[in-house]
Structure formats: structure tokens, C-alpha cells
Design a protein around this ligand. Structure first.
Ligand SMILES: Nc1ncnc2c1ncn2[C@@H]1O[C@H](COP(=O)(O)OP(=O)(O)OP(=O)(O)O)[C@@H](O)[C@H]1O
Ligand SMILES: [Mg+2]
Length: 364
């Protein structure tokens, strides 16, 4: 396996009118599961295709292991088939006339691998993916999830330096998605494979990634482990994109009181976090972010009596929607159910508040 380095990548379409990626630099270490995350159209596929060599960028460099595979400035461009990367596209195409066995064996036979070796390799990968029983079937005789695993298997048999996966679970139902997600993560760890995995689904990113590269409008917004993006989002976009249910956002003004600085959102007034105090002054406008999971139902903190607007039972947890005047707040509690009544108590911890500049969106 190998590390991947992308430096100062810029890709445009339409003769430069659409900038799909700009100033994109990040590194993926050997054996890392890296997620390229971001909303539709932000440039994820463009970056992945640049690594695969399917796109020649306008500027920048891509390195796989010790080899520079693309360097616009250096005049280097290694063809996709010579990069030793395996790619799984969102619209995975299996050969309909070949059996599962045939689909897995094809890339190996095409490279002239000996029969016995092909047999060994295909059996190994089939075993790993739990599709040994399906080897004689054709793609039309498989479920979507099974087809997905065959497509993945076709990438795995190749022993590439790097796996590039573009929304590979897009076609699966929710249950299968969770199952294959878990399987893929296990396989990745077992093979110590370097994987770059594209998704727009933050849950997928949070559960699978060692690290997330979050993009918006062709640019990187934040790169870090999932927890870091969740706990220290560098701006409002990251705060809103990562975390489910989404973070609560309140517009506040900083006011001084006898007890110190308060964040005044009208119906709700919260003490300013200790750690942020020196950065705040009366009259300042802020956006305060409160993660639903940081709102408790008991214990220490600032208790708020809110009107109950609705409850969504999730099995092991409940999502509780409350309101205080014009302000809506959502909490996520690790309780199987709650007593339904008109009012509930939301307990806020001032030290868990996220503060942002309403103009630039930057974290304070
Ligand atoms: N071949 C193309 N010609 C012109 N514009 C393109 C082309 N491919 C992509 N784009 C544009 O470049 C931008 C980035 O596209 P890209 O496919 O990389 O986004 P993405 O993040 O993969 O989106 P999605 O999640 O919808 O797959 C978009 O604005 C898109 O419309
Ligand atoms: Mg895409």
C-alpha cells in the first residue's frame, strides 16, 4: 500500500469557467481510510478522478507512494492503468454475461496471471466478502448489495496501492448500507489498505473515516479526524454539515450583567463560556451552536423549560424538539423514550457551546 499526496490541485471545466477544485492539498497516510466529504457538486469526484488519472488538472501535483503521477508544472502524467489504483465507481458496471467468478477473474486474466494463481486470488477475495456461494451466478441473479460486493471484489483482487471509491454504497438500502459499510471498514483494516472514499453522507463519513477531508465549492474547508470536525468545527458550514440531527444555531448579542457576560438570544440568555470570555465584548453579535447531544435532560447546567414540539423515537435514543418562544431547539437523548407532556427540561452546558462570527462564519 502507499500514501497519497495531493498538492495545490486546480481543475476547471468549460474552458475555465467552472472551477471544480482549487487550492486542494491534503495527504493520506499509508493504510488510512480517508473520506472526501461534501455536498453535491463540491468537487469530490473531480479530486478522486485527478488522483486516478482520469482528469488532467490545470495545476498541481499528485503523488502515490514515491512516484509523482501527475505534475502539471513538471510535465508528468502517468496513465490511469499505470497508476496501480483500483477504482469503484458509484455506477458500478459488472459484466452481465460473466458469472461472479468471471467478473472477479477478468482483471487478473487480462493481466496474464496464471490460472492457478487466479483461482487462489478469486477464492480468497470471495471468502473475504462472503460471496463464495454466489460465484456461479450472473449479476442479474444478485441483489443490489451482493452486486456491490462483487464490484468491490473486482477492485480488491487487484492488490492496488490505493483504493479510490466514489459513493460505492449509493444504491444500497439503509440496512445493507450499514452492513456493507461495516464490512468495508473491516476489510480495509485487515488489508491495511489506503482508501479514499467519496461520500456526501456525513454519517458514513463519521462512522468509517480515520480522517475526513471536507470540501465546499471546490475548496477544502477542514481536514481532520471525525471527532475533531464534530467537536471543533472551524466554521458554521462544518458545524452544520457534520452531526445528526444538525446543530442548533441561535443568533445572539453579547450583553454584560452582574454575573458577567451573557449570550442573549431573546428568550434564552446563556452565560458566556469561560474559555471564550476574553474574546467577547458587550454588543458583539454571535451565532451560538449547540449540539443536540450536548443538551441533557438532567444534571448540572442551565435548565430551560421548553414547550414540547415533537419526539422522534430512534430505538436506543430519542430526538426531542422543543421551543422557547420563537426559538426552536432539538436535543438527542440516550433514552429509549420520554414521558410525553407539554413541557420538558433542556439542560445546557455553557462550556459546550460553539461560537461563530455571523459575518465570516469563522469559529471564535
Ligand atoms: N465534465 C464536466 N464538465 C463541466 N462541468 C463539470 C464536469 N464534471 C463536473 N463538473 C462540475 O464541476 C463541479 C464539481 O463536480 P463533481 O462531479 O466533482 O462534484 P461532486 O462533489 O462529485 O458532486 P456529487 O456529490 O453530486 O457527485 C460541479 O459544479 C459540476 O457541475
Ligand atoms: Mg461525484
Amino acid at each position: 500500500m502507499a500514501e497519497v499526496k495531493v498538492a495545490d490541485l486546480r481543475v476547471t471545466y468549460n474552458r475555465g469557467r467552472t472551477v471544480a477544485a482549487d487550492d486542494v492539498s491534503f495527504e493520506v497516510t499509508d493504510g488510512e481510510f480517508c473520506i472526501l466529504l461534501g455536498p453535491s457538486g463540491c468537487g469530490k469526484t473531480t479530486v478522486l478522478h485527478s488522483i486516478a488519472g482520469l482528469i488532467r488538472p490545470d495545476r498541481g501535483e499528485v503523488r502515490i507512494g514515491d512516484q509523482v503521477v501527475t505534475s502539471v508544472e513538471g510535465g508528468v502524467y502517468v496513465r490511469p492503468q499505470d497508476r496501480n489504483v483500483a477504482m469503484v465507481f458509484q455506477e458500478y458496471a459488472l459484466y452481465p454475461n460473466l458469472t461472479v467468478w468471471g467478473n472477479l477473474a477478468f482483471p487478473l486474466e487480462a493481466r496474464g496471471m496464471r490460472k492457478a494463481e487466479v483461482r487462489k486470488k478469486v477464492s480468497e477475495v470471495a471468502e473475504l466478502l462472503g460471496i463464495t456461494e454466489l460465484l456461479k451466478r450472473r449479476p442479474a441473479q444478485l441483489s443490489g448489495g451482493q452486486r456491490q460486493r462483487v464490484a468491490l471484489g473486482r477492485a480488491l483482487v487487484r492488490d492496488p496501492s490505493v483504493f479510490l471509491l466514489d459513493e460505492p454504497l449509493g444504491n444500497l438500502d439503509a440496512k445493507l448500507r450499514v452492513q456493507v459499510r461495516f464490512e468495508l471498514k473491516r476489510i480495509q483494516k485487515q488489508l491495511k489498505a489506503t482508501m479514499i472514499y467519496v461520500t456526501h453522507d456525513q454519517t458514513e463519513a463519521m462512522t468509517m473515516g480515520d480522517r475526513i477531508v471536507l470540501m465546499k465549492d471546490g475548496k477544502l474547508v477542514q481536514v481532520g479526524p471525525p471527532r475533531e470536525l464534530y467537536e471543533e468545527p472551524r466554521n458554521l458550514f462544518v458545524a452544520g454539515f457534520v452531526g445528526m440531527p444538525p446543530i442548533n444555531l441561535l443568533h445572539c448579542t453579547v450583553v454584560s450583567s452582574a454575573d458577567g457576560l451573557l449570550l442573549d438570544a431573546g428568550e434564552i440568555k446563556l452565560p458566556a463560556p469561560e474559555t471564550k470570555r476574553e474574546k467577547l465584548s458587550p454588543g458583539m453579535r454571535l451565532v451560538v451552536g449547540i449540539r443536540p447531544a450536548d443538551i441533557a435532560w438532567e444534571g448540572e447546567g442551565i435548565p430551560l423549560e421548553v414547550a414540547l414540539e415533537g419526539v422522534e423515537p430512534m430505538g436506543d435514543s430519542v430526538i426531542v424538539h422543543g421551543s422557547l418562544g420563537s426559538i426552536g431547539l432539538t436535543a438527542k437523548w440516550a433514552l429509549p423514550e420520554i414521558q410525553e407532556s407539554d413541557r420538558v427540561k433542556f439542560v445546557l452546558n455553557p462550556e459546550k457551546l460553539h461560537l461563530f462570527d455571523p459575518g465570516s462564519g469563522a469559529r471564535i
